[in-house]
Design a protein around this ligand. Structure first.
Ligand code: SF4
Length: 400
């Protein structure tokens, strides 16, 4: 019930009109600039006085750079927070889907963290320019950096584009931390400053490496790959993942390939039997077969299972006369017994000639009935054998 109420509340509060969308975007953009204005009050007091007197590294950017850079960064921050806010306040204009209460809680948590980080952003200006305390500003900027990174990760999980919008901000903050540490060292010159500067440099390196990883990940993004390879429908190599690129058919490793015929029915589709280490590893249709041209019906395609399946009977079962149980006997013994019975029956029922002396050379004591799984070659051999024995009733389901 509470979930239904929550959903109704979401729908009620949803920014479903373009006006509300623009309003929410305006608020999201205004928030970081308000924070900047508060920090600017502290900065304004010292930037043209005390700050000018500090010793700074040669790579310190000229003063006019900071304004445009921060304007761009605050704008990106505002857009990112707006995108995240919209994810938690559906139905949205983008996909018209309802937002679950659980997702809304995640979004609110991320926005709260964003707000805390903005407070630290302002606080750094207050410490550095307002209080002119470079050391504590340096300590504070490490906390600020961690908050930015945490906000970026949370934003990225909710909406990847929002997280990416904070990447330049994280890089700039890393640079600012290095600059802060260098200024402190140059103006104080103690060991702790150098340690903090090293730490800042390491952070810088790590964030660059993280950025490279991120770019590599992005390069694997299917849409980008399709655009880059000019394959908009993803019908070419862009459809491959790294895993599927490394795949190869199991038939590729076969030691030899033996042509054969499907054992199931009299159509006689061609097959290729792939053998490795004297074991069958696969059975496929033979593209050179004039009958099937590489195709197999579902039954024929399952021939591999017929040959290798665990249910396949490999022993001959024999029940002796008057016995109640079946016993397993070797195939060779079974064949000997069948041959002996055929000979005995043939001898007992042999008809050499008719009553008036015409040659017959036949037996009616044996008949052969074949099934549809027999193929041409097998039927040829059966016909040849049984006709040679004088058997005249040779029948096969497929009558080939
Ligand atoms: S069972 Fe299927 S694959 Fe095998 S010969 Fe008949 S039609 Fe062809």
């Amino acid at each position: 019930m509470s979930a239904v109420k929550e959903t109704s509340k979401n729908i009620k509060n949803a920014p479903t009109t373009p006006n509300r969308q623009w309003l929410s975007l305006g608020v999201a953009l205004a928030v970081p600039f308000v924070a900047a204005a508060i920090g600017g009050r502290a900065t304004g007091k010292s930037v043209n006085t005390w700050y000018r007197t500090l010793r700074k590294p040669a790579w310190n950017p000229p003063g006019w750079v900071f304004g445009p850079v921060w304007t761009v960064l605050y704008t990106m921050m505002g857009i990112a927070s707006w995108q995240v806010w919209r994810s938690g306040n559906g139905p949205t204009l983008e996909d018209n889907t309802l937002v679950e209460p659980a997702k809304k809680r995640v979004v609110n948590g991320a926005l709260a963290l964003y707000g805390v980080h903005l407070g630290f952003n302002v606080f750094w200006s207050v410490l550095f320019f307002g209080q002119r305390n470079i050391k504590w500003a340096l300590a504070e900027i490490f906390v600020l950096w961690a908050l930015i990174a945490a906000t970026l990760v949370r934003f990225y999980r909710i909406k990847p584009e929002a997280g990416l919008l904070l990447v330049p901000y994280l890089l700039w903050s890393t640079f600012a931390a290095v600059l802060n540490a260098t200024i402190w060292r140059m103006n104080r010159g103690n060991l702790l400053a150098r340690l903090l500067q090293d730490l800042a440099l390491r952070l810088c390196r790590r964030s660059i490496m993280a950025l490279v990883d991120l770019l590599n990940e992005l390069a694997e993004w299917p849409v980008l790959k399709q655009l880059w390879e000019k394959d908009p429908l993803a019908l070419g190599e862009t459809a491959f993942s790294q895993r599927s690129k490394g795949l190869q058919p199991r038939t590729k490793t076969a030691d030899k390939v033996v042509p054969s015929i499907c054992p199931y029915c009299a159509v006689g589709c061609g097959q290729l039997i792939y053998v490795k280490d004297e074991k069958i590893i696969d059975i496929e249709g033979d593209p050179n077969s004039p009958i099937s041209r590489g195709c197999l019906c579902p039954k024929g395609a399952a021939t591999f299972q017929l040959v290798t399946g665990s249910h396949r009977v490999n022993d001959v079962l024999y029940r002796r006369p008057y016995a109640k149980e079946w016993e397993k006997i070797p195939l060779e013994q079974a064949l000997e017994m069948v041959a002996a019975r055929v000979k005995k029956t043939r001898d007992e029922h042999w008809e050499a000639e008719t009553n008036d002396g015409h040659p017959l050379r036949r037996t009616l004591g044996i008949a052969h009935l074949g099934g549809a799984t027999l193929d041409n070659e097998e039927n040829y051999l059966i016909k040849k054998l049984f006709t040679g024995l004088g058997v005249v009733q040779v029948e096969n389901q497929a009558r080939i």
